[in-house]
Design a protein around this ligand. Structure first.
Ligand code: EPZ
Length: 428
């Protein structure tokens, strides 16, 4: 497995172009199952998770064509055409789902279009148990019969297909909102989703579904009303920029006291994170192309609590903690979305950070300096928090198990190096 070596202490300067959002691209690709015509998606990031979903969709019968990315073709980055003219298989096997939980997003579309779906239960993961009970309960409300057998969800729609329903999610779930939103576009009648997730990735999916002919009201709010249609059609859609990638590079500028223009970063998607950076003494200003982020001296300690959008995103919690390890004062970081998302704490501690965890709160006392060390992480955002810490640490850090990073950050070492970081990938 590749490693990344970072020699810390360089001030980063330059610009980073943000790619399409992984967590928007995945549901958008799953939406291709809803129509027999071609869904063309532009600005897809080059990431391992996208490849995993290409494999899964391929074995459902989706024909996928690639144009390799055409800067002048109306899209930036990789463009995929996904055509599910005929769904040949409605089983999502364990071998693929276990690699990537987001595979479960095929459940709603398959069930809505084919009336049946058999999808492996994803199981727990490094950041929490992450059940899919909300997805299943909502599908049952739409008339589906759900059985759990042999580690698989066996779902069957009633005769005549899924029926619209009034669904109230007991907690906000991005994945459940996306799965049910997709299923509802082909259900009979009206579905209302209360307490729906409002993450920009959910909104992006809703806009794409509308482009495919779906009728959805309340986009961007926590109440979505979907009028089912008999069929959806072809569409051409561009994935929104990745707000978590944008936030991560903004934090890289902040932790090294540098200055980075985050090209494609959107203020309206990063309000909470920008607020936290500004409170920490970092200058963040909108620019014509995105955001300009400028670290100025030592950071100040800031408390944050993760919340569903528009609150502070759980997917930036680990990275913010890396910043706070070097802040003046004590910062309280509370994680409310996942029960086990502090896997980065012991690794940051190995670099000299002073962090105490009690329940879902971490108390971070800023230290004068971090020292490089060999580290490793069990999830994507934890891994990148170590990269951030390493950029500011004294000496050399080796980040092991880089495949986690490759699931969410495209060519991170090249892009940080272009801003002046001393970073290289050490192939196995
Ligand atoms: C999405 O995961 C993202 N993944 C995650 O990104 C992100 O951390 C998360 O939303 C929260 O923003 C993708 O979009 C592919 P949830 P998802 O359903 O949909 C509980 C990253 O680093 N829950 O909103 O799986 C669940 O256990 C990642 O890119 C249930 O109890 O998250 C969690 O505690 C990791 N039952 C909370 O809700 C359910 O049926 C929120 O989960 C569903 C969820």
């Amino acid at each position: 497995m590749d490693k990344i070596r970072i020699r810390g202490g360089r001030t980063l300067r330059g610009e980073v172009m943000i790619h399409g959002a992984k967590n928007a691209a995945l549901p958008l690709m799953a939406a291709s199952l809803l129509t027999d015509e071609t869904l063309t998606l532009g600005n897809l990031p080059h990431l391992a998770d996208i490849t995993t979903l290409v494999h899964l969709l391929g074995q459902h019968g989706v024909i996928i064509s690639m144009d390799g990315g055409a800067p002048n073709g109306g899209h930036d980055g990789r463009v995929l055409g996904l055509r599910a003219e005929r769904i040949t298989r409605t089983i999502a096997p364990y071998e693929i789902v276990r690699k990537m939980r987001a595979s479960v997003l095929v459940l709603g579309p398959l069930l809505a279009r084919e009336g049946t779906a058999t999808v492996s239960l994803p199981g727990g993961c490094a950041i929490g148990t992450r059940p899919i009970d909300l997805h299943l309960a909502a599908l049952e409300q739409m008339g589906a019969r759900i059985e759990l057998k042999g580690g698989y969800v066996h779902a069957l729609a009633p005769t005549g297909g899924l029926r619209g329903a009034e669904i109230r999610f007991p907690t906000v779930s991005v994945g459940a909102t996306e799965n049910i939103l997709m299923a509802a576009t082909l259900a009979k009648g009206t579905t209302v989703l209360h307490n729906a997730a409002r993450e920009p990735e959910v909104t992006d999916l809703a806009h794409c579904l509308v482009a495919m002919g779906a009728a959805i009201e309340g986009i961007g709010t926590d109440c979505l009303t979907i009028e089912g249609r008999d069929r959806l059609h072809a569409a051409d859609y561009t994935v929104l920029p990745d707000r978590i990638e944008a936030g991560t590079y903004a934090f890289a500028a902040a932790i090294t006291g540098g200055e980075i223009e985050v090209v494609g970063g959107r203020v309206d998607h990063l309000d909470a994170a920008i607020g936290a950076l500004q409170a920490a003494g970092v200058s963040v200003t909108p620019s014509a192309r995105g955001l300009k982020v400028k670290g100025q001296g030592r950071l100040k300690a800031v408390d944050i609590t993760t919340q569903p959008f528009p609150g502070f995103p759980t997917d930036l919690q680990a990275q913010f903690m890396a910043l706070m390890t070097l802040a003046d004062g004590a910062s309280m970081i509370t994680e409310t979305i996942f029960e086990n998302r502090f896997m980065h704490v012991p690794e940051l501690a190995r670099m000299g950070a002073d962090i105490t965890v009690r329940g879902n709160t971490a108390l971070v006392h800023g230290v004068p300096a971090l020292r490089g060390a060999p580290v490793m992480a069990t999830d994507l955002r934890a891994s990148v928090s170590m990269v951030l810490a390493a950029l500011a640490a004294e000496g050399e850090t080796i980040v092991n198990r880089v495949y986690h990073l490759d699931r969410g950050y495209e060519r991170i070492e090249e892009r940080l190096r272009a801003c002046g970081a001393d970073i290289e990938r050490l192939p196995e």
